[in-house]
Design a protein around this ligand. Structure first.
Ligand SMILES: [Fe+2]
Ligand SMILES: [Fe+2]
Length: 386
């Protein structure tokens, strides 16, 4: 790595090269403020859980008691940052085919915000973790989703079109919300303090997803069984993002106070006992319940007589964990049929080559209902010059 950045300014220079390579024109950011943001108040001063609970939160990496804990922090910040830049690499090409002006604005804004999130993580690495951090901050700009070497599977998956994009923002960005929430109570204060502003931005991404899916239903062009297949694809991918079952790294991250449970503060207040062996499962369950509620809301917009949309079971189509590559149905039961029957089952429940072909025609119609832009959104200039 001959271009290892020494200062934050060096890193920014390399970031601009990354932007050029991805092809995200800086003008598309409009008046967006690409800056480092902390909410120190929300981060709190006292370690909230784990073996060090009650002590002062760490503000510098040298205050972190052990090297293994620093390594875990570096690894978590790196994974988070990696997803941020990866998503821009996955989405960038969609700007040219935005179905409406509003959607172009929304996608350009989401990509601007993901870049800021990536910056924020790179800043933590550059500022607090010495040579090791600088190396990781640089690698955030060198792995690439198109080459398939981003750290997590979902962030290497191609996102060929806007139906994928709406499902992705609905389901994969929502995984992000949970990850950020779990880091928001971290004992490492600069990490905890980074989460408030990021979570605020993330809520726009989720809104883009749920609103987009609602507008798809409203337009009535995409067949609902096809929509369901795309939901199944991205939900199972998002389930994977919560990591392996019985994770020891999640266990240690909790013991060390680095990463909490979802709603850690509420759980502490309510005296919920922690199950350190099943932290990933617990987070995945919370996520699952939330998307079930979200999809139920979507069903309220379906035409009369249409079958309800649903969320596939956690066991379906998994690439990680106990149910990895096993034949489970969308209801979560073991599939009993033959190989051929399984192939048919999968073609009914996950997108097919024919779906991709059919979508090309469907996209020529008004397949997602219009959404007017607000005066503020127009004035922002975000995405305007695409
Ligand atoms: Fe993000
Ligand atoms: Fe996001």
């Amino acid at each position: 790595m001959d271009n290892l950045p020494k200062t934050w300014d060096d890193w920014i220079e390399n970031f601009k090269t990354w932007q050029d390579n991805v092809g995200y024109d800086r003008e598309w950011m409009g008046d967006f403020d690409l800056s480092i943001q902390f909410d120190w108040e929300r981060a709190g001063d006292v370690i909230e859980f784990g073996d060090y609970a009650g002590r002062t939160k760490w503000e510098r990496s040298l205050q972190v008691p052990q090297q293994s804990m620093r390594d875990a922090l570096v690894s978590m910040i790196t994974v988070q940052g990696d997803t941020e830049f990866a998503s821009v690499e996955q989405q960038r090409h969609l700007l040219a085919t935005a179905p409406t002006d509003y959607d172009r604005y929304a996608a350009a804004r989401i990509m601007a915000e993901e870049q800021r999130h990536g910056w924020q993580m790179a800043y933590l690495l550059m500022t607090y973790f010495g040579q090791q951090g600088r190396r990781e901050a640089q690698k955030l700009l060198e792995r690439n989703a198109q080459d398939g070497d981003r750290l997590l599977g979902a962030f290497n998956r191609p996102m060929p079109h806007w139906l994928d994009f709406f499902c992705y923002t609905m389901f994969v960005d929502r995984d992000g919300k949970f990850q950020l929430g779990m880091l928001s109570t971290s004992a490492f204060k600069p990490l905890a303090a980074s989460m408030g502003p990021m979570l605020k931005e993330e809520s726009f991404h989720l809104g883009t997803g749920s609103n987009g899916l609602r507008r798809i239903i409203k337009a009535g062009v995409i067949p609902l069984d096809m929509l369901q297949r795309y939901i199944n694809k991205w939900v199972s991918t998002a389930h994977d993002l919560f990591g392996v079952d019985g994770s020891s790294s999640a266990h240690w991250a909790y013991v060390w106070g680095i990463k909490g449970r979802w709603d850690e503060r509420k759980k502490l207040e309510a005296g919920h006992e922690v199950s350190k062996e099943t932290l990933n499962e617990e987070a995945r369950q919370h996520y699952h319940e939330e998307i079930v509620a979200e999809v139920r809301k979507l069903c309220g917009y379906l035409p009369e007589g249409a079958a309800d949309l649903y969320v596939p079971h956690e066991n379906f189509h998994r690439e990680i964990g106990h149910f990895k590559r096993q034949r489970y149905t969308v209801e979560g039961t073991l599939f009993e049929g033959s190989d051929d029957e399984w192939t048919t089952y999968i073609a009914e429940h996950l997108p097919t080559a024919q779906d991709e072909e059919d979508l090309k025609e469907l996209f020529k119609q008004q397949w997602v209902a219009e959404k007017p832009m607000t005066a503020r959104q127009i004035a922002s200039g975000i995405g305007a010059s695409v």
